[in-house]
Design a protein around this ligand. Structure first.
Ligand SMILES: *Cc1c(COP(=O)(O)O)cnc(C)c1O
Length: 407
C-alpha cells in the first residue's frame, strides 16, 4: 500500500520555498578533527625510544581517568577490545548471562560471546532508546552476572536505577560509554557511574586515536586483571621487566595482545585537550537542530532527560511515519542524493543472521527497538561542521519532508 502511495506522490517543486541548496560535497554523519598539534604530537613519539608500552600510554590513561573521575584507566587497542576486557574483569564465562539492549552496535553483544557468556537482550525506552530499567529487572535469572548499559547517542542511561538493581541482585554494572565521553548524569561524568566503563577512540567518536579504547574503573582488582589480559595474560610488561633487570615473566591466564601504542596515545592526549570545546560545539549543533525541528511534528528528536548533560555523539531523529507517505528508506536515499550523510544507528542486534541462527531470535522479540529502527535517522554531527553545513542539513530535511508529508 505504501509503495502505491509513493508512486502517486507528485514531487512538488519547492525550490522557491526553500531556495537553492548549494551542497556539492557529502556532509558525513561524523568525522575526525585533526590539526597540526595532533600531527606533531605523533611525530614526536616516532622520534622517541618508545613506540609502545612507553610513557605516553600511562600519560593518556592518567589523563582519561582524571577527566572522567575514575581511579584506574586501561588503554587497549579498540572499544571492542575494551568491552571484551571488561567482560573478562567481570568474570563472565560459560553459563553466565549478561543483560544489554538490542539497540546498540554489535560489538557490545559480541563481547559477551567472546568470553563464553550469553547475551540477554531487554527492550529500550521508546523516547530515549536507552535500556529500560523496568525491563532489566524482569530478565534477571540466577545465571545473570552483569548488566551492560549503553549510553545511546551520548545520553547517559538511568544510572541511579541501574545501580540500585545491580546492587540488589549482586550484579556488575558495565557502561558502554563509547557514545558518551564527557556526558554527565546528575552532575557526574560517564566513567564514574558504573563498575566498569568502556570508551572507544574510533575516528567517528568524540576523540580519536585511529583505533583505540579505554576501560575505567575504581576497582584496583579489575584494573590489574585487565592489564594482564591486554598483554597475553602475562603478569609484567617489557618495561617493568627492564626496570627490574629480569627476563622472567609468567603467563597466568589466556590473554591477548590488545595494547594501544604510544603513537596512538600521543594522538589521544592531544585530542583530549580539545574535547571540552568540541562537546560545547556538538551541543550547539544539536541545539540548532532542536530549534529547527521544534515546529515540524514529523521530525521528532530523541527525548533528553533533565538528569543528563548530553555529549551528542549522534543526533537521532525519529520520523513519524504515520504522517509521511514515503518509507524511511526513501527519505534516507533522497537525503543521500542531496549529499547529506545520514545514517541509521542501529539495526537491532538480535535481527542479525548470526544472532538469529545462534540464539533463535526473531522479528517481534523486541518490539520497541524494532519499531524505532524503522524510523530513526542520524543526522550529520561533528565538531568541525560549519554553520553553513548545519543550515544545509536543516534545509534539505525540510525540503524532503515537505515532499512526503500527509498534511
Ligand atoms: C564504536 C562502538 C563500539 C566499538 O568500538 P571500536 O573502537 O570501533 O571497536 C562499541 N560499542 C558502541 C556503542 C560503539 O559506538
Amino acid at each position: 500500500m505504501k509503495s502505491n502511495l509513493q508512486k502517486s506522490v507528485k514531487i512538488k517543486n519547492n525550490t522557491k520555498q526553500f531556495g537553492r541548496i548549494e551542497n556539492k560535497s557529502l556532509i558525513p554523519y561524523g568525522r575526525q578533527c585533526i590539526d597540526e598539534s595532533d600531527i606533531s604530537a605523533v611525530v614526536d613519539v616516532m622520534r622517541s625510544d618508545w613506540l609502545t608500552t612507553g610513557p605516553k600510554v600511562l600519560e593518556f590513561e592518567k589523563a582519561i581517568s582524571d577527566y572522567v573521575g575514575a581511579k584506574e584507566a586501561i588503554a587497549v587497542s579498540s572499544g571492542t577490545a575494551a568491552l571484551q576486557s571488561a567482560m573478562y574483569a567481570a568474570g563472565i564465562g560459560p553459563g553466565d548471562e549478561v543483560i544489554l539492549p538490542p539497540m546498540t552496535f554489535v560489538a557490545t553483544a559480541n563481547s559477551v560471546i567472546f568470553q563464553g557468556g550469553t547475551p540477554v537482550f531487554v527492550d529500550v525506552d521508546p523516547d530515549t532508546l536507552l535500556i529500560d530499567p523496568v525491563e532489566v529487572e524482569k530478565k534477571i535469572t540466577p545465571s545473570t552476572k552483569a548488566i551492560i548499559a549503553m549510553d545511546y547517542a551520548g545520553q547517559a542511561c538511568e544510572y541511579d536505577k541501574l545501580q540500585t538493581i545491580a546492587r540488589k541482585h549482586g550484579l556488575i554494572l558495565i557502561a558502554d560509554a563509547c557514545h558518551s565521553l564527557g556526558a554527565t548524569y546528575k552532575g557526574a561524568k560517564t566513567g564514574s557511574l558504573a563498575d566498569l566503563t568502556v570508551f572507544s577512540f574510533h575516528p567517528v567518536k568524540h576523540i580519536t586515536t585511529g583505533e583505540g579504547g579505554m576501560i575505567v574503573t575504581d576497582n584496583a582488582n579489575f584494573a590489574e586483571k585487565m592489564r594482564i589480559f591486554r598483554n597475553h595474560g602475562i603478569t609484567s610488561d617489557y618495561q617493568q621487566r627492564q626496570k627490574k633487570g629480569t627476563w622472567y615473566y609468567e603467563m597466568v591466564d589466556l590473554g591477548y595482545n590488545y595494547r594501544l601504542t604510544d603513537i596512538q596515545c600521543a594522538l589521544g592526549l592531544s585530542q583530549l585537550r580539545k574535547l571540552p570545546g568540541w562537546i560545547d560545539r556538538r551541543r550547539e549543533i544539536a541545539f540548532n537542530y532542536d530549534k529547527a525541528f521544534s515546529n515540524i511534528s514529523v521530525v521528532k528528536p530523541l527525548t533528553v532527560s533533565p538528569n543528563v548533560n548530553h555529549s551528542y555523539h549522534l543526533y537521532v531523529i525519529q520520523l513519524q511515519m504515520d504522517e509521511l507517505v514515503a518509507s524511511r528508506a526513501a527519505i534516507y536515499s533522497d537525503l543521500r542524493r542531496e549529499n547529506i550523510g545520514v545514517n541509521v544507528h542501529y539495526i537491532p542486534v538480535h535481527l542479525h543472521p548470526f544472532y538469529k541462527n545462534r540464539f533463535g531470535y526473531q522479528k517481534g522479540d523486541y518490539p520497541v527497538a524494532e519499531a524505532a529502527y524503522e524510523r530513526i535517522l542520524s543526522l550529520p554531527l561533528f565538531q568541525s561542521m560549519t554553520d553553513n553545513d548545519i543550515n544545509i542539513v536543516i534545509k534539505s530535511i525540510k525540503k524532503i519532508i515537505f515532499n512526503y508529508q500527509t498534511h
